[in-house]
Design a protein around this ligand. Structure first.
Ligand code: GRF
Length: 201
C-alpha cells in the first residue's frame, strides 16, 4: 500500500516505519516536512525516499499552506497519510479530504492532554499514568476516533524528558502495528468510529 509520511522534527517514528515498511506492507512514496531542518528528512534521504519541504512560513494562510501540502500528497495518490510528529494544525477542508485514511500519533492518553507539551502537563497535573494514542484525523484537533493506546506509569522523579523517552518507546511499538492493520484492510473509519476486523474499537 502506498503511503505518504508527514513530519516536522526528529523523525524517530518515521525511522521505525521505514525500518519495518516491508513487514507492514507499506511503500513510502514520499516524506513531507514543514520544516527544512527536520532530521527526519535526512533519515528519509538515507533510505532513498523522495522528500518535500512545504515551509509553512512561506504561506500567508492555513488554507494556502494546506493546499500546497495537499498538492504534494496528491502527486503520489497514496492510500494512507501518516502524521508522524507533524506539528501543524490542518484546516477542516484538509482533514475532510483525507478522512478515513489519515492517522496521527499523539503523546498522551487522549482525550486527556490534547495539544502541546503533554509530558510536562502530565507531571504538573500529578497523573500516575501517561502514554500515547493513535487516532484517525478529523477536523477536531487531536480529537478524531482513537484506534489504539499504550500506557506508561509516571514514576517518582520523572521529568518531561524521562517521561517523553518512555512514551516514545511505546510510540515506536504501536505505530507500525496500527499502520499494518490499515494496510491489511482490517482497520477502517466507519460512522466516525475506528473499526478493527469489523468491530468498533
Ligand atoms: C512524538 O512524540 C509524537 O507523538 C509527537 O511528536 C513526537 C515526534 O517524534 N506528535 P519523532 O519526530 O517521531 O521523533
Amino acid at each position: 500500500m502506498r503511503g505518504v509520511v508527514l513530519i516536522s522534527g526528529s523523525g524517530s517514528n518515521l525511522q521505525v516505519i521505514i525500518d519495518q515498511a516491508t513487514d507492514i506492507g507499506l511503500d513510502i512514496s514520499c516524506v513531507i516536512s514543514n520544516n527544512s531542518d527536520a532530521y527526519g528528512l535526512t533519515r528519509a534521504d538515507k533510505a532513498g525516499i523522495p522528500c518535500h519541504v512545504v515551509d509553512h512560513t512561506q504561506f500567508d494562510s492555513r488554507e494556502t499552506f494546506d493546499q500546497a501540502v495537499s498538492k504534494t500528497i496528491d502527486q503520489y495518490s497514496p492510500n494512507i497519510i501518516i502524521l508522524a510528529g507533524f506539528m501543524r494544525i490542518f484546516t477542516e477542508a484538509f482533514a475532510q479530504q483525507y478522512c478515513g485514511k489519515m492517522l496521527n500519533i499523539h503523546p498522551s492518553l487522549l482525550p486527556k492532554f490534547q495539544g502541546l507539551k503533554t509530558h510536562q502537563r502530565v507531571i504538573d497535573a500529578g497523573e500516575s499514568e501517561h502514554g500515547v494514542s493513535i487516532h484517525f484525523v478529523t477536523a477536531e484537533l487531536d480529537g478524531g476516533p482513537i484506534i489504539a493506546q499504550s500506557r506508561v506509569s509516571v514514576l517518582p522523579g520523572d521529568n518531561a524528558k524521562s517521561l517523553a523517552e518512555r512514551v516514545l518507546i511505546e510510540e515506536h511499538k504501536l505505530f507500525p502495528k496500527v499502520i499494518h492493520w490499515f494496510t491489511q484492510g482490517r482497520l477502517k473509519l466507519e460512522n466516525n468510529h475506528a473499526v478493527l476486523d469489523g468491530k468498533p474499537l
